[in-house]
Design a protein around this ligand. Structure first.
Ligand code: SF4
Ligand code: SF4
Length: 365
């Protein structure tokens, strides 16, 4: 049975996709056409390796469009072990047929066991052999989730299986839509971009589509004004938490994480991590399990707007802004003091800039 999206929903989806791709609404008819013709476009093979199936679980929770709409109307999902109807020899025949024809989109979920290939085997084949097999005739390889993109939790030290992301494992170009799990609102626009332009999107140095991942969480966070003003949650269960102040001191990794989460949101656009009250853990960054090992440890030396070139921390800015506010001095004046520009303004007394006492130096409230 084929589920049809209503024309209204279809145009809504096309409009939303245009916005996500950074295109004007004049592109909506072209996107609608690309989606309508998707059935004649490259089919999709989704292969899972070392993972927890959270990526597929996330994809399966997609709404607007629903997973059924995506699978039945927008892409032709020829092979996915968890949700395909075929099984056994029929499923294997479908897979072989698709791989032999070529020109499909290979979606990879999960890391590849490179150090000890036998650590991950399906039907007698290692993940290393299988990923080569499933990507060799692909028109494009899309890695969904941080494991397929960068190795994820499997590659966390000491990485006993020598797990790697697909690009590092077999040396092919991949488009990475990371996340633990990835957001379906990031996966679909990436596929639509390919359908629309018939080429891969421009990527950042970590293989992520620039149209989605160019900016950092911190650039679009709804608590950013609190960060800039030096208002932070220092402990859960305090009035500052109730007031939804910035979570930087609670370990938020938003200042170093490239992702559009504050804009795309999660769960039918209802919420996202910071809105739920927890800092970002940086799940869309390579090596985040090691790099951000302590999710509640604040990042050291985060740049503060207006303090360019000054090695400072939110602790310093927070306390300095409070002092400055009481003294009636604005942020630009403080910034000028910090960067030495006060010397050019004879009316403003030059203050000695306090030595930065960054988080790494163990400053605590
Ligand atoms: S540190 Fe985190 S909570 Fe604070 S503004 Fe940046 S992203 Fe938002
Ligand atoms: S806000 Fe951070 S931790 Fe949450 S999904 Fe986005 S990148 Fe991952």
């Amino acid at each position: 049975m084929r589920l049809d999206i209503t024309r209204r929903d279809f145009l809504k989806l096309s409009g939303g996709t245009a916005a996500m791709l950074g295109l004007s609404q004049s592109w909506v008819p072209k996107i609608a056409l690309a989606l309508e013709q998707a059935a004649q476009r490259p089919p999709v093979v989704w292969m899972s390796f070392m993972e927890c199936t959270g990526c597929l679980e996330s994809f399966a929770k997609s709404v607007n469009p629903s997973t059924a709409d995506i699978v039945l109307d927008i892409i032709s999902l020829n092979y996915q072990e968890n949700i395909m109807a075929a099984a056994g020899t029929q499923a294997e025949a479908d897979l072989k047929n698709t791989l032999d024809k070529g020109g499909y989109i290979a979606i990879i979920e999960g890391a590849i066991a490179v150090g000890i290939p036998e650590a991950m085997m399906v039907a007698g084949k290692t993940s290393l052999d299988l990923v080569k097999e499933v990507t060799q005739n692909a028109a494009a390889t899309l890695c969904v989730g941080t494991c397929a993109a960068y190795g994820g939790v499997q590659a966390m030290k000491p990485n006993p299986t020598g797990a790697k992301g697909v690009k590092d494992a077999i040396g092919i170009e991949t488009v990475n839509v990371p996340g633990c799990p990835p957001n379906p609102a990031h996966i679909l626009p990436t596929i639509v971009h390919y359908l629309l332009f018939n080429k891969l999107p421009d990527l950042d140095s970590d293989g992520r589509p620039l149209f989605l991942f160019e900016q950092k969480i911190h650039d679009n966070c709804e608590r950013r004004a609190h960060f800039d003003a030096g208002r932070y949650v220092g402990e859960f269960g305090t009035p500052e938490e109730t007031l939804q102040y910035c979570l930087y001191k609670m370990g938020c990794k938003g200042p170093e994480t490239h992702s559009p989460c504050p804009k795309t949101l999660w769960n039918a656009k209802q919420s996202w991590c910071v809105k739920c009250g927890n800092g970002c853990i940086g799940c869309m960054e390579p090596d985040f399990w090691d790099r951000f090992e302590d999710f509640y440890q604040r990042l050291p030396n985060v740049p503060i707007p207006g303090f360019v070139g000054v090695k400072t921390s939110a602790d310093w800015v927070g306390s300095t802004l409070v002092t400055a506010t009481m003294a009636g001095i604005g942020i630009h004046a403080i910034a000028s003091a910090a960067t030495g520009r006060y010397k050019k303004h004879p009316d403003i007394p030059v203050k000695e800039v306090p030595k930065s006492k960054g988080p790494s130096e163990g400053s605590e409230d």
